[in-house]
Write a protein that binds this ligand. Structure first.
Ligand SMILES: CC(=O)SCCNC(=O)CCNC(=O)[C@H](O)C(C)(C)COP(=O)(O)OP(=O)(O)OC[C@H]1O[C@@H](n2cnc3c(N)ncnc32)[C@H](O)[C@@H]1OP(=O)(O)O
Ligand SMILES: CC(C)C(=O)C(=O)O
Length: 532
């Protein structure tokens, strides 16, 4: 049998059951409606993830839901298959019918525990709620030995009534008692204390499992579920990516990795094959159309990414400086370095080296410290304007840095243009003999800047080919400009990249001019050398 990836071998640990309700409460996310094939695909993925229970649906809802639960019960092996039912006879009978083909089945009967729901929604008295719950659990037990009972909205209920209700459910035959904080109202302290009270006053060592079911309305679902574990809960109800009604349910990946990462604290384990987490998360996100926020714990794109120089330097030296769990353990790529304006030299050097560049200056075309520093300055300028820097950006940056000596260096430029004026360009260049400035007009902004450069350098090549293309993706993409020009007998080309095409054009044109100057210097020295 395949072992869970994050299994704990400590004999003192308790086994926490993972009850996945992605297909039932998760599908109650506004805007989400999964078809049968999608549900079956998710159910198989949940079985591979090794969840203990799959809540496959609420069969009374529709013939479609009934058929889907039946199919999952027929096809999916491994986890217990569970179906939801109100306390109504028809719901329970329909759930039982849908589960007929399952290897292991559970009926989950629910009622309401809070006064506000009992009075206004069910329009019953508390006594009637207890009575219908007892009958419902007894009926469900006629179909299966595994019956779960829930009283919605316990955290806004009278706790004495909660105890009374659950005691009656256990006496009627409930084997799992689920304590739902349906509207995400409880705090970890309060919820943990209620679970402890249920454990001490009514479970009292009986073979009845306490379960937690939390919603994230105040962002406390994971904390509340874990508080329940600390106080005796042995089952956590949760969904992949935390999807579900309103703000969602407890996120499966969060509780599983919290229990594993802090096993010193919880002294517990789950059976989840954690290496499947990322894959299943992506599947659920794709099929439900609910994107995972980049900063989402465990499965978000940024969960194992480092952007700031100090963190990157730390992680490169020793991963644990900024990582509390292994990315590989949840099926992710190890420590991703995101290159941007907060990155430092250590990460920049590593990124170039990962792309195959010699950053130790061993080869002819390698970067020594000085060259690397110069490139790093350009990288920072680019990152300031562009934000994130991708591999293609780095290639382009390196490509544009491989250059002959620069006689003219761009210091700054400005363009004034509008619908009713001819573009006017101003350029300021650095040269070994000092600064040169010039202005010029042109038919377009690029032509104006070329003319200004010509005026400043005193060299005016004839443009033959001008090409521009996006190197990377997005509105901030780098543009690569290539120019071919003729100067007397010389045919010269130049190219450059920048997130602004006018700047890339100016830099490419300056390369052309620097090549021309370098060529003239070579010719002159050749003439001088030949002169006796
Ligand atoms: C916290 C949760 O997530 S609970 C699960 C919520 N999920 C869903 O509701 C999704 C599926 N639901 C549905 O398809 C429909 O609501 C159905 C098929 C269940 C019921 O549809 P309808 O018969 O049209 O009733 P409707 O949805 O308008 O109202 C719900 C009824 O269930 C009753 N009810 C609610 N909870 C329970 C309960 N636990 N036990 C018994 N009856 C209940 C309500 O009092 C109301 O009864 P009423 O019509 O006599 O006033
Ligand atoms: C059916 C119950 C457990 C539920 O979904 C809730 O209370 O949120």
């Amino acid at each position: 049998m395949t072992q869970p990836d994050a299994q704990n071998t400590d004999t003192q640990t308790r086994r926490i059951h993972i009850f996945d309700t992605t297909l039932r409460d998760g599908e109650q996310s506004p805007g989400v409606a999964l078809n049968h094939n999608q549900k079956i695909e998710i159910a198989h993925a949940l079985a591979r993830l090794n969840v203990d229970i799959i809540e496959a649906g609420f069969p009374i809802t529709s013939d479609g839901d009934f058929e889907c639960v039946s199919r999952i019960a027929r096809e999916v092996r491994g986890p217990t298959i569970c179906a939801l039912a109100r306390t109504a006879r028809a719901d329970i009978e329909r759930a039982a019918q849908a589960l007929e083909a399952a290897d292991k089945s559970r009926i989950h009967v629910f009622t309401s525990a809070s006064a506000v729901q009992i009075q206004y929604m069910l329009r019953k008295t508390p006594e009637q709620v207890i009575e219908s719950s007892v009958k419902a659990v007894q009926l469900a037990r006629q179909f299966t030995d595994d019956v779960e009972f829930s009283g919605q909205d316990v955290m806004r209920a009278d706790f004495d009534f909660v105890i009374q209700l659950y005691r009656a459910a256990i006496e009627a035959g409930a084997t799992v008692i689920n304590i739902p904080d349906t509207v995400g109202y409880g705090t970890p302290g309060e919820y943990g204390a209620l679970i402890a009270r249920v454990r001490d006053e009514i479970v009292m060592g009986r073979a009845v499992e306490i379960s937690t079911h939390c919603h994230d309305d105040l962002g406390m679902a994971t904390a509340n579920s874990l508080a329940a574990v600390e106080n005796g809960a042995a089952q956590i109800e949760c969904t992949l990516n935390g999807i579900g009604e309103r703000a969602g349910n407890t996120a499966l990946e969060e509780v599983v990795m919290a229990i594993h990462t802090r096993r010193d604290h919880y002294r517990a384990e789950t059976g989840i094959r954690t290496r499947e987490l990322n894959r299943v998360s992506k599947l659920v996100s794709r099929l439900t159309g609910m994107p995972v926020p980049p900063n989402k714990a465990v499965v978000g794109d940024n969960a194992f990414a480092h952007e700031s120089g100090i963190h990157q330097d730390g992680v490169l030296k020793h991963k644990e400086t900024y990582e509390i769990m292994n990315a590989e353990l949840v099926g992710r790529e190890a420590a991703v370095m995101v290159m941007g304006k907060h990155s430092g030299r250590a990460a920049f050097r590593k990124a170039l080296s990962d792309l195959g560049y010699d950053t130790d200056g061993h080869s002819d075309r390698g970067f020594n410290d000085e060259a690397l520093n110069a490139l790093f300055v350009r990288f920072k300028e680019l990152a300031d304007r562009k934000g994130q820097i991708y591999a293609d950006d780095l290639h382009a940056l390196v490509g544009s840095s491989v250059e002959a000596s620069e006689t003219f260096k761009l210091e700054r430029f400005q363009i004034a243009m509008g619908t009713d004026m001819q573009p006017l360009a101003y350029i300021r260049l650095q040269t070994p003999d000092g600064v040169r400035e010039a202005t010029a007009t042109g038919d377009g902004s690029v032509e104006a800047i070329f003319h200004a450069i010509n005026n400043a350098t005193g060299i005016a090549p004839a443009l033959e080919v001008y090409r521009v293309q996006a190197v990377t993706k997005g509105a901030e993409a780098l543009g690569e400009v290539s120019v071919n020009a003729r100067y007397g007998e010389m045919s010269v080309s130049g190219n450059d990249v920048a997130s602004d095409v006018v700047e890339a054009s100016a830099r490419a044109w300056l390369r052309v001019i620097n090549h021309i100057v370098a060529g003239q210097t070579k010719e002159k020295s050749a003439v001088t050398a030949e002169t006796p």
